[in-house]
Design a protein around this ligand. Structure first.
Ligand SMILES: Cc1cc2nc3c(=O)[nH]c(=O)nc-3n(C[C@H](O)[C@H](O)[C@H](O)COP(=O)(O)OP(=O)(O)OC[C@H]3O[C@@H](n4cnc5c(N)ncnc54)[C@H](O)[C@@H]3O)c2cc1C
Length: 352
């Protein structure tokens, strides 16, 4: 039977970063990265995303840097019911995610890391090793296991037996319309059931997305995507020598739906914890980080209960477009929405 030091299941942002850092720190480690998709299917799956990543995300995974940048973003526009429009300066990128992943994987492979197309069918623990059965028919043993296999994680189900607190099904369209490349647009409202509609530049096209069934698009559709965003975190993300990362660990932020940054960073943190053989270190990092603050999920649930009148009332003080003074006024005048304001401030500090 094949045996590895580490097997990583899933070659998305989380798995690819974990693979890169393992080989970066310990080139002698025997690391296998498997993904059920390759070629065009892999590209399609990973284009199923707004591909918006903040500058901060890349700071946290140096020496990796923003590559395959399609647009430089410096502005986030928030549209609220009642005609309130807020603008926030924030730097980030729209990246060509499949190319970015390929580029990081090739650096990992250059150090001897292995990438193979295979799907994990089941995982179990046997005498302190992980036993993996794959769709190719082979069985693999490994000392460490990283579950980076996305929202429907097989590793999470088999080893942790847990499910995300919330799963938000979304649909996204690549449409034939061009918008300015420097800004991303969010439209809020009760119809989005706690979520929102996003419009992100995508070269000469635009990506428009929203929770499934809450809106439609009028433009000519080039590509259609449907996928779930798991959120709210998990109580346990490291068990024995097995680590859950990114969407497998339900890390996307419930307010922003941003999950690339936590996927990239958790991949790095899991690799570091493996090098120190210290699962608690990984668990502590996540549970003490701002990314998993419970106020985000509470705010999502509160938004989901609001009607349009509530959206209008809670955002009315921001009509002027400025943020600081209206925020102080809002905290005082609308105590019933304080949890939303605080979660918004936290999410602005944490970023995307
Ligand atoms: C429509 C949409 C738009 C989004 N837009 C943004 C955005 O603009 N910015 C942002 O920050 N976040 C965004 N997100 C969230 C972001 O896409 C995810 O949080 C991020 O992709 C998580 O990365 P990951 O590596 O954990 O998982 P994934 O990207 O889901 O990668 C998982 C990988 O595992 C593989 N896999 C799955 N099961 C198996 C198996 N059994 N065996 C082997 N391989 C397997 C898959 O093929 C895949 O390659 C969006 C999400 C959606 C749905």
């Amino acid at each position: 039977m094949e045996e590895y030091d580490v097997v990583i299941v899933g070659g998305g942002c989380a798995g690819t970063t974990a693979a890169f850092f393992l080989k970066e720190y310990r080139p002698d480690m025997n690391v296998l990265l498997i993904d059920r998709l390759n070629g065009k299917n892999f590209d399609f799956y990973h284009r199923m995303c707004g591909e918006a990543v903040s500058e901060n995300a890349f700071r946290e995974i140096r020496p990796l840097k923003a590559e395959h940048v399609v647009h430089n973003v410096n502005y986030v526009e928030e549209r609220w019911p009642g005609g309130v429009v807020m603008g926030i300066r924030h730097r980030g990128y729209i990246v060509d995610r499949p190319q970015l992943l390929r580029s990081i994987q090739s650096r990992y492979q250059a150090r001897g890391g292995i990438v193979e197309r295979d799907a994990l069918l089941s995982a179990s623990v046997e005498k302190e090793k992980y036993l993996l059965h794959c769709s190719s028919g082979r069985s693999i043993k490994s000392r460490f296991l990283i579950g980076a296999d996305g929202f429907n994680s097989r590793v999470r189900r088999d080893i942790f037996g847990s499910e995300p607190q919330r799963v938000i099904w979304t649909e996204q369209y690549l449409v034939d319309r061009q918008i300015p490349g420097n800004k991303i647009i969010f439209t809020q409202g009760a119809q989005y059931e706690g979520g929102y509609r996003w419009e992100f530049p995508a070269g000469k096209y635009t990506r428009i997305g929203f929770p499934r069934g809450t809106d439609t698009v009028n433009e000519e559709i080039i590509e259609k995507h449907r996928r779930a965003i798991p959120t709210g975190g998990l109580d346990c993300i490291a068990k024995g020598r097995c680590y859950l990362t990114g969407d497998a660990a339900a890390m996307p932020n419930p307010l922003t739906f941003g999950g690339i940054r936590t996927a990239l960073l958790s991949g790095r943190k899991a690799a570091e914890a493996i090098l120190w053989d210290d699962p608690d270190m990984y668990e502590r990092w996540w549970h003490s980080s701002m990314f998993c603050h419970p106020s985000f999920l509470r705010a999502f649930d509160h938004f989901a209960r609001l009607d349009d009148a509530g959206y209008k009332e809670s955002s009315r003080v921001f009509r002027s477009g400025s943020l600081l003074l209206p925020f102080l006024k809002a905290m005082f005048c609308y105590p019933q929405y304080r949890d939303l304001y605080m979660a918004y401030v936290r999410s602005a500090i944490v970023g995307w």
